[in-house]
Design a protein around this ligand. Structure first.
Ligand code: 87F
Length: 931
């Protein structure tokens, strides 16, 4: 079996370095001099810190701290690292990178690059000398304006750099609170939280005799109570997914939530990791009236529990000396043999019997309020069903078979149904936990999971697309394929592997992308003779075949389309659909006899992308050309369609279509005899759209109840939910509903009759709302009597009663169109309300801050340097105004960048000046913060 190496191996380096020294980590700053500051308290209990300055000294100091000195586990540093660092120390001194330094550096990089190609650095628990050398030097050179060209070095650096950044952030500790606070009040987060990191450090055991153990007050308190426990060390986990990944094998971890309620105070809730901790239901169970429980701000965590976000555990209650926090415990945890929680830090997990945990909390003078939490998903539903059964029994009615609650047909239909719905929602505990406007990133994760679109996977950046999202993708595919035939584009499939030589044939094309290429280097235990890349795109796979197929003008045009997966090993935080390491796409590749024909193809593909977004997904896009800086470097000209996400105020590139010119033709020696018998090089195009489309759809249309599906792509357009009563049973209602389903289906609608008896109507309403089905039809006993039904619209929450007659199907069919249109118009209005013109620099950043797309007069697409300056300056201004700072790993930036030069250009009066350079403007350019 072939195994992937390269990036996964490299990412383990991050772990090695971050776990090299326990919390707080050392700070490494790579400036003209590399400085390492190690808080000694973490090593020996002293509170002094040691600072080592200079690259070599830092390297040596690291070395002295670590028993396994290099990544191969040797106890001697490898000779190349020492000599390299010695030779390169002068580079880190003085300003700028002069020619001499640059040449020394270039030769070093070359030798290092070759070294990294044949050497695979497998991480051990300790850090590496090599990391320090490479990371420090590359950063130092980059800081001086130098460029690092070695592919393997860049890949290494990109991986390790995220660690340095992490440590630099820790360095800013004092300002952390301030920055965090500002970040909280800033605009909604732009990207969903990071998925689990790619590599997992092995679990370790913390000895109770160790200094580290003894200096942890929670653990010493535990010991003082004679409680039997074990504490394991692992990779720091910042999310429950990560915890599951890094320490899930230990056993049941608990979920800990610190809540604040204005009226009732602070609560620390410890529940099963899969418990549904809906705060409304919790308040109800606690008997709190008028409660509005929210996540407590982070400063309160520090103040009351002396812990940081992400490291909270039940034992932290120990720090609440004035008893201002109430402790709530999920009683279902009592059935576990052992439960694990953090003793104040998220790279340690302590396991003990649940009764002992209760004992611990009580020993701190806190009362333990026990509540039985439901489980997210099925278990909760079962519990609810059970409760319903109890209710049914009380009503003198056994519902063993049916399971679900048999709702009474309301006397006053509207009101009672509303009430029933409310009650059900409270019972189900399945509502979304986050509001879209308040916590966009968390809301996004919640929606895609609860709607059953995404299931998380244990490799960072890879996700399972469940039927509910894959069917949307299939809709896009079918629609797109229906347009391929008329354009003369044929389907094909090419292998997913590329040899190194082919991938690198077209240098411009791969340059810059190289760090993202994943390689297969082994089969079983043996090394492959030559590493094989996994396609990040297929130009270099397809074009050698084009060379074989094209020899005459009669072989042109050649137009192929392939649906496939591609792999790009991203280092920035991944987000399902939006930024993933493997994704699905369509890539079209064509070759033509003339530039004009190629250009026509480029525009036709872009028009299809407009169609996918606007006609299928109800999302308006702006089409245009990319600037020189942003276009695909391997081609001649790039066109794009850009969408807008109102909640984050960010643009997102929807799809691109390139005119590749004759560049690839030349590189791959594709030529043909033209009509006049003369040799010529074909003009090529490539174009692609990915599963990112689905993420954009979720972000743009979703609301606080979940997804809102545009009818054109919704796997189910109408769901029929029966509401049975004492008098009217399922058996009676079902034929009526089946008949309705058949009639609607005959009219071309996608219909589902939800006749599941284990769920009650309220549960079903909530379920289908979360999945965003455009229309729900409720059929109750009275509807049955009146040959009617109630039609509820997902996108605006409106409802109306309709007769079930021959008009219903055409009515709903046309409703699908009007809903689609209304959804598009609503989003378009929002987008247009955020589209502004700016003609002076001073207005640029303030408008970015308002989440606006900005049209500016611009000196021309070729002014790359100036474009970069706008980006950097707006970033600096943005950060200054918000008081924040940016993490390199973060996928989004506050910088404003060019999105496109829109095809539709507003009038540009003669003499208009570029808003930035003051030169004569040549066009309007669209800018924005983007994903
Ligand atoms: C990542 C790694 C290696 C983008 C990459 O846009 C290579 C690449 O060539 C790479 N990321 N690209 C550009 C892709 C160009 C083009 N390919 C066909 C498309 C549409 C579909």
């Amino acid at each position: 079996m072939a195994t992937l190496s390269g990036p996964p191996v490299l990412t383990s380096v991050i772990l090695n370095l971050t776990t090299l020294l326990s919390f707080p980590p050392p700070t490494v700053s790579a400036g003209p001099k590399l400085t390492l500051t190690v808080p000694r308290s973490t090593l020996s209990g002293f509170t002094t810190s040691v600072t080592v300055t200079g690259l070599d000294a830092v390297s040596r100091y690291y070395t002295s701290l670590s028993r396994a000195l290099d990544l191969t586990g040797n106890t001697q540093s490898e000779s190349w690292t020492l000599s390299a660092s010695n030779a390169l120390i002068p580079l880190t001194k003085g300003k700028g990178l002069d020619e001499y330094k640059a040449s020394v550096f270039a030769s070093f990089v070359e030798c290092l690059d070759t070294h990294l190609l044949k050497e695979t650095y497998l991480g051990t628990k300790e850090g590496s000398y090599a990391d320090v050398v490479i990371c420090g030097l590359v950063k130092a050179v980059k800081d001086k304006g130098g460029e690092v060209k070695g592919e393997n070095v860049v890949r290494w650096y990109n991986t390790v750099a995220s660690m340095v950044k992490y440590e630099l952030i820790v360095e800013k500790k004092k300002e952390e609170k301030k920055a965090d606070k500002k970040a909280e009040t800033a605009a909604a987060p732009a990207a969903a939280p990071a998925a689990p990191a790619a590599a997992v450090a092995p679990l370790g055991t913390l000895s109770p005799d160790s200094d580290e153990y003894k200096s942890n007050v929670l653990l010493t308190h535990l010991t003082s109570l004679s409680i039997t426990s074990t504490t394991s060390t692992h990779t720091a986990a910042f999310t429950s997914d990560e915890l599951q990944q890094y320490a899930g094998s230990l056993g049941q971890h608990c979920k800990n939530i610190f809540l604040k309620d204005k009226k009732h105070g602070l609560f620390l809730v410890t529940a099963a990791h899969d418990a549904d901790t809906n705060t409304k239901a919790l308040a109800k169970s606690l008997g709190l009236t008028g409660a509005n429980m929210r996540m407590a701000p982070e400063d309160l965590l520090g103040k009351h529990l002396d812990v940081k976000k992400g490291s909270v555990g039940p034992m932290c209650i120990h720090s609440d000396k004035d008893n201002s926090v109430k402790f709530v415990f999920d009683s279902t945890l009592l059935t576990c043999d052992k439960i694990f929680s953090h003793p104040g830090r998220n790279d340690w997990s302590t396991g003990m019997a649940p009764v002992d945990l209760v004992k611990f909390v009580e020993s701190t003078g806190h009362e333990v309020t026990q509540i039985e939490f439901g489980k997210k998903g099925e278990a909760t539903q079962k519990k609810e069903v059970k409760a319903d059964e109890e209710k049914g029994k009380k009503e003198g009615k056994q519902q063993k078979q049916k399971g679900g609650k048999q709702q009474q047909e309301p006397k006053k239909k509207g009101e009672s149904q509303k009430k029933a719905k409310k009650e059900d929602a409270a019972n189900t505990l399945l509502a979304l936990q986050y509001k879209k406007k308040e916590a966009f990133a968390e809301w996004y994760s919640d929606v895609i999971v609860l709607s059953e679109m995404i299931h998380y996977y244990n490799i960072s950046g890879c996700y399972i697309l469940r039927p509910w999202s894959f069917k949307v993708w299939e809709k896009i595919q079918r629609w797109f394929d229906s347009k391929m035939g008329p354009l003369g584009v044929e389907p094909a499939y090419f292998p997913m592997f590329i040899s190194k030589s082919r991938l690198e044939k077209e240098k411009d094309h791969v340059e810059g992308f190289a760090p993202e290429v994943a390689w297969v280097t082994k089969s079983g235990d043996g090394d492959l003779a030559e590493p094989i890349a996994i396609r990040p795109t297929s130009e270099t796979i397809m074009y050698p075949a084009f060379k074989d197929w094209i020899s005459s003008h009669r072989d042109l045009p050649l137009k192929l389309n392939q649906w496939s997966n591609v792999v790009r090993w991203e280092f920035k935080n991944p987000t399902p659909f939006l930024r993933t390491r493997e994704f699905l796409w369509q890539e079209g590749h064509t070759a033509h006899a003339t530039y004009e024909e190629a250009d026509e193809m480029v525009m036709a593909a872009l028009e299809l992308y407009r169609g996918v977004y606007e006609d299928l997904l109800a999302i308006p896009v702006i089409r245009g050309y990319k600037t020189e800086k942003e276009r695909f470097a391997g081609g001649y000209m790039t066109t794009t369609c850009e969408a807008y996400v109102p909640t984050s105020g960010r643009a997102i590139q929807g799809a691109t279509s390139h005119n590749l010119g004759q560049n690839f033709g030349k590189m791959f020696e594709i030529s043909f005899q033209d009509k006049n018998g003369k040799p010529a090089i074909p003009w090529q195009t490539s174009w692609g759209i990915t599963t990112r489309t689905i993420g954009v759809m979720v972000m743009v249309h979703g609301d606080d109840q979940g997804l809102v599906m545009p009818p054109a792509v919704s796997p189910v357009q109408v769901v029929i939910v029966p509401i049975v009563s004492k008098k009217v049973s399922y058996e009676t209602l079902s034929p009526y509903c089946e008949d309705m389903k058949n009639k609607l289906e005959a009219a071309g609608l996608r219909v589902q009759y939800d006749d599941r008896t284990i769920y009650n109507p309220g549960w079903k309403f909530n379920h289908w709302e979360q999945k965003g089905v455009p229309v729900r039809i409720e059929v109750g006993p009275r509807d049955f009597d009146n040959k009617a039904c109630r039609v509820c619209y997902r996108y605006n929450g409106e409802k109306e009663d309709k007769s079930f007659d021959s008009e219903l199907a055409p009515f709903l069919s046309s409703k699908m169109d009007s809903i689609q249109k209304a959804m598009f118009e609503k989003v378009k209005k929002e987008r247009d309300d955020h589209l502004v013109k700016v003609t002076e620099w001073k207005d640029f950043t303030p408008n970015l801050e308002k989440g606006n797309l900005i049209l500016t007069p611009w000196c021309g697409p070729e002014f790359q340097e100036e474009e970069e300056q706008v980006k950097e300056k707006s970033k600096a201004e943005g950060l200054e105004r918000s008081g924040g700072e940016e993490d390199e790993r973060c996928a989004v930036s506050v910088a404003g960048k060019t999105l496109c030069i829109p095809f539709e250009q507003p009038d540009l009066e003669e003499g208009t000046k570029c808003f930035y350079t003051g030169k004569v403007a040549k066009c309007w350019v669209l800018w924005g913060r983007s994903y």
